[in-house]
Design a protein around this ligand. Sequence first.
Ligand SMILES: Cc1cc2nc3c(=O)[nH]c(=O)nc-3n(C[C@H](O)[C@H](O)[C@H](O)COP(=O)(O)O)c2cc1C
Length: 401
Amino acid sequence: MGPDLKNVKILLGVTGGIAAYKSAELCRHLVKSGARVQVIMSDAACRFITPLTMETLSGQPVHVQMFDPARRPLTHIEAPAEADILLVAPATADYLARCATGRASDLISAVTLAFAGPVLAAPAMNTNMWRNPATVRNLHTLRDEHGWHIVAPGSGELACGTVGEGRLADTDDILRALTGLLRKDLNGLRILVTAGPTVEDLDPVRFISNRSSGRTGYAIAAMAARRGADVTLVSGPVSLPAPPRVTRVPVRSALEMEQAVLGRAADMDVIVMAAAVADYRPETSAPQKIKKGTDDTMTVKLVKNPDILLALGRLRGTSDRPVVAGFALETEHLVENAQKKRAQKNAHIIVANLAQDALDGDTTRAVIVDDTGETDTGGVSKEALADRLLDICAARCGRSR
Ligand SMILES: Cc1cc2nc3c(=O)[nH]c(=O)nc-3n(C[C@H](O)[C@H](O)[C@H](O)COP(=O)(O)O)c2cc1C
């Protein structure tokens, strides 16, 4: 019996390799498993297998051209908006190269670039192409920076007559990877995530804050919702849209964040404190704009903000729930500092990342520590980091992917 993909909306991308004929079988399996499959083919793919075949198997019009006078265009924005996942099989070396460099020069690349959901690619190519440093580098970029999931090709006899790596993974392996990604392993879990900076007002027009963009916390919230959790996102002021199916609770100051978090903590299975909470706030916030004085200096007295992570650590005591995860922004000694902070705050998990790339970079190297040890993620995208952290939280809640 195949996987249950009832009502799952899949964008199936087919690019121009000899293995394109296998995408017909894959499409058939997906449809038989209940999925709604929208096929997009590259021009080159149409040299190997006809759109008519894919149209007949998917039961939906197939799109190839960005500008197709014969039919209403499927825009690169419209197609991704609907889909739960983008599966590209086979994925050519050239397609991987286009995506790794952010090209949007044809429909399938443009759709990929515009797609915010999970991407699963099954590359297939000649062994030398597969081992070429350019392809290796592109895959590295796509996996670690873009958060792609890759079903590695198998070894065997290739269509070009050689034997080696590069053969499209078996349909069963692709389906297994797909269902793994779609599995709602966090279904029913209530997860609270904090994100962004806090803003501590000096007067109605001035404040003290920090450079947190909120992207890590938002990536965790989005990923948790995608994996089926019931997500509350307590967010400081950021310029990011609320992720789909996430309840956002906007807050401004550390005191507001404390109230929003502690008021909900008892109902949560997992709490991830990814916000950059200001350690101090001005002792008073003036009700009117502070006027420039005659003195050359001005002193602002700061008072300590509550330590929300510590409060959560105390609240959970020796209990397993809620699972409490905190972040530590470090400039050095990631593991030692993370372990120390975990003990000090009585948190289950601490994610330590480097300040340099956590603030500015698209990728970050993080070390996730808990009582079972540490996981060094290497340089990964915020989405990949979110996935790893949620895997650990899920395991602590008795869930596995
Ligand atoms: C007979 C034949 C077989 C090919 N097989 C592959 C292949 O398996 N993998 C691959 O990456 N490219 C393969 N190519 C090259 C691609 O078709 C070519 O790079 C094309 O530009 C890919 O376009 P696309 O990525 O838009 O589909 C093959 C070309 C030919 C003529």
